[in-house]
Design a binder for this molecule. Structure first.
Ligand SMILES: Nc1ncnc2c1ncn2[C@@H]1O[C@H](COP(=O)(O)OP(=O)(O)O)[C@@H](O)[C@H]1O
Ligand SMILES: [Mg+2]
Length: 321
């Protein structure tokens, strides 16, 4: 197969950590051709999506005594050509959030790929439908008590009723802008004003789950099926469990409650073309559905001896038959 990956500039990727590299590496090992591009290289010409693609060859990382080691350089770029994306077997949209206007417009360009010819993972309309924070709200049996509002008064009432809450900007990732809210906080009003841009932008406010101290679990779903999980623990000096905020990672299993959450999501994810997804679960509650460029594959493979990248590419192989 011929596969394209729309990613951030490749030199910014960390081969030992980034899931996009794990997917590309698996594709190469399974004998496929890999091309890379970026959102600013996409165009529509005569009703078809085109991209300036660069052919890439990777030197796979090695797992040595429980640590990944990458060659330097770990990739080699060669021919650069303008290609109609329908001539590829699959296109992986893996640009990191935030979902900017440029990102959003890229998804509109990807709409001009005939899905019967080329698989786009994840579906551009699915990515647009699924704000990573808001999408979880429809699974009312899975989420903790949550409101979304720009209204200070509503937020205050919610926090007073809950005792403690977590405020989340709707468009961020990696723990950015996540704050703890407590009724007696002397900065309460300022926090809300800053986070909502003076009441203009809604934020998510969610009951604080004390189980967060035991970890924020990332579960990877492939076409609605859980295929691996990873626990993330906070560093101790920060309440956030994100890897990007200094959190540590740990081996974990998927509990019956978590399987049940995945079952609740499966059909909706499939309907929306959200094939490769990472959900976040704290204390048995769904807190986020990551659809843009979910990560965790390197760490799960390291702990569990799995090859999640291979599973994903083999799924694409079967889907293309
Ligand atoms: N309801 C909650 N209760 C306690 N901590 C939370 C809650 N929601 C999020 N957090 C903390 O904030 C971190 C980031 O939250 P998340 O919703 O996954 O957003 P992000 O997109 O930034 O990863 C989590 O790892 C966790 O430490
Ligand atoms: Mg998260």
């Amino acid at each position: 197969m011929k596969l394209a990956f729309i990613i951030d500039p490749i030199h910014q990727l960390d081969p030992c950590h980034d899931t996009s590299v794990a997917l590309m590496e698996a594709a190469q090992i399974l004998g496929h051709e890999i091309w890379v591009t970026q959102v600013n290289q996409l165009s529509v010409v005569e009703g078809k999506a085109w991209a300036l693609l660069e052919r890439v060859e990777l030197i796979p990382v090695q797992l040595v005594e429980g640590r990944y080691q990458a060659a330097n350089p770990w990739y080699k770029l060669s021919s650069r050509t303008l290609v109609c994306l329908e001539t590829l077997d699959a296109v992986f949209m893996r640009t990191d959030p935030p979902v900017t206007v440029a990102y959003l417009y890229a998804t509109y360009i990807l709409d001009y790929i005939d899905q019967n010819k080329t698989l786009v993972i994840n579906s551009p309309s699915g990515i647009r439908a699924a704000n990573e924070k808001m999408y979880a709200l429809q699974f009312t049996k899975a989420i903790p008590e949550t409101i979304v509002t720009p209204q200070k008064q509503l937020i205050r009432q919610f926090v007073e009723a809950q005792g403690r809450a977590v405020l989340k900007p709707l468009g961020n990732k990696a723990g950015e802008g996540i704050l703890i809210l407590e009724g007696g906080d002397r900065n309460f009003n300022s926090i809300i004003e800053l986070s909502t841009l003076q009441g203009q932008v809604p934020v998510m406010v969610q009951t604080y789950l004390p189980e967060a101290k035991d970890g924020d679990k990332r579960i990877i779903l492939l076409n609605g099926e859980p295929i691996g999980a990873l626990n993330r623990l906070s560093s101790g000096s920060d309440f956030r469990n994100n890897m990007a905020t200094g959190g540590t990672v740990a081996q974990t299993d998927i509990t019956p409650r978590e399987y049940e959450i995945c079952t609740q999501l499966a059909e909706t994810l499939r309907k929306d073309g959200l094939i490769f997804v990472g959900i976040d679960v704290i204390g048995g509650y769904l807190t986020e559905v990551n659809v843009t460029s979910p990560t965790g594959v390197r760490e799960i493979d390291r702990f569990d001896g799995t090859r999640i990248g291979h599973q994903v590419i083999q799924w694409v192989e079967r889907a293309k038959k």
